[in-house]
Design a protein around this ligand. Structure first.
Ligand SMILES: *Cc1c(COP(=O)(O)O)cnc(C)c1O
Length: 384
């Protein structure tokens, strides 16, 4: 989503008026409007309505899972399965230090302890041998996170998890459309989670989805997301529950988005190829998915050359009308998860990474402007 202009600061407003190319802008040009109006006209605007089941079926179909449960955001799409798998105080869950904070927060929200693991230099994702080293008798689950549209080495992670008897929850929030040898991410572990925030590949404004092939877990997810109410007896609450339901309006937008997922993914693959070809001669390093991975190219992201002043480069690009984003700060640097331990690979990626504008409607002209702005900003620092 584009940066919010600050009305107190006239210079910011001037910048916005130049129509900077944002990092993301959802494409709502299909049936989104018609389906939302249908919700309003029919008065089915809350969490009961035909679009919810249709959207769940559409996502289950896309990823090839037996069950999909819609929830109100991608964060609760992680908390709900952690809770339903019985993870709580005294337990440990292994998660990469380099991830979006929701992965870590949801573990802490259950009362369990997040145990950070290192990333790999090539694909920036969870390092399986490091995961294995961190397993203790308290480890209940591993949370691989498929960042920026790439996919973790799920063969290696599942081998470790099965051998050591721990569950696997895949955080696939950024990876709708990503496959490993044709199998969709989110279906390798016990359960997988997706986010439909405004900048995700499919958006519902705020929204999420939990997918699983496990019939018993699926029934539990459905019950717990609806206040623990019995699935057959109204107002009879059998277990502790939450209100994590998605609205019919959100599901209506999601269904319309999912109808156009093939076009959205094709557009993103095209822009990722454009960037990689056009920037091939620069000393930047793109995220490199492992063999067999078809990345959905959520946000095209790269590492700047060592020694680049990232803040200055991003400010220079903003001045040229191009918004960029730094990648995530590592979770073990945040005040509430602070640790003295070092994760050199994760820290290096976090310090040098940026994401480029990656929304499906980007034109060749705009892509060219982004590449030119990056090249010029690197030249300013003698890096190109
Ligand atoms: C977006 C995202 C989430 C979930 O975020 P919501 O904003 O709650 O939908 C979780 N994990 C990762 C890695 C994400 O990028």
């Amino acid at each position: 989503m584009s940066a919010q202009a600050n009305p107190q600061k006239p210079e910011r407003r001037a910048c916005a008026a130049q129509s900077a190319i944002p990092v993301y802008r959802p494409d709502l040009s299909g049936n989104e409007r018609a389906y939302v109006l249908d919700c309003v006209d029919s008065t089915w605007i809350s969490s009961i309505g035909a679009y919810i089941g249709k959207f769940e079926a559409a996502i289950a179909g896309v990823v090839g899972a037996r069950h999909a449960a819609a929830v109100c955001n991608g964060t609760v799409a992680l908390h709900l399965p952690l809770h339903c798998m019985g993870i709580g105080p005294g337990d440990e869950v292994i998660v990469p230090a380099f991830t979006y904070i929701a992965s870590v927060n949801t573990i802490a929200q259950t009362g369990a302890t997040p145990v950070f693991a290192e990333s790999r230099a090539g694909d920036w994702l969870l390092d399986p041998p490091d995961v294995e080293r961190r397993i203790t008798p308290r480890t209940k689950a591993i949370m691989p996170v498929h960042l920026y549209g790439a996919a973790c080495d799920m063969a290696a992670i599942m081998e470790i998890a099965r051998r050591r008897g721990v569950r696997v929850l895949e955080d696939a929030a950024e990876a709708l459309g990503t496959t490993i040898h044709g199998q969709h991410v989110g279906t390798f572990g016990d359960v997988g989670s997706f986010s439909f925030f405004g900048n995700k590949t499919v958006t519902t404004g705020e929204g999420g989805m939990v997918v699983t092939d496990d019939d018993a877990l699926a029934a539990q997810l459905r019950q717990v997301k609806g206040q623990g109410q019995s699935l057959t007896r109204r107002y009879w609450h059998e277990v502790l529950g939450f209100n994590y339901r998605m609205t019919n309006i959100c599901a209506a937008i999601g269904l319309a988005q999912t109808e156009r997922l093939p076009q959205i993914l094709a557009a993103k693959r095209r822009l990722a190829s454009f960037y990689k070809e056009t920037l091939a001669s620069l000393p930047v390093t793109f995220q490199r998915p492992i063999d067999g991975v078809e990345s959905a190219d959520w946000l095209v992201s790269l590492l700047l050359p060592p020694g680049t002043d990232r803040d200055r480069l991003m400010a220079d690009m903003q001045g040229a009308g191009v918004e960029t984003r730094p990648v995530f700060y590592p979770a073990h640097h945040m005040p509430m998860y602070r640790s003295e331990e070092h994760f050199p690979v994760a820290e290096d990626i976090a310090a040098r990474g940026i994401s480029l504008p990656s929304f499906p409607a980007l034109t060749d002209d705009e892509l060219g402007r982004v590449c030119e702005a990056l090249t010029n900003a690197l030249r300013q620092q003698g890096k190109a």
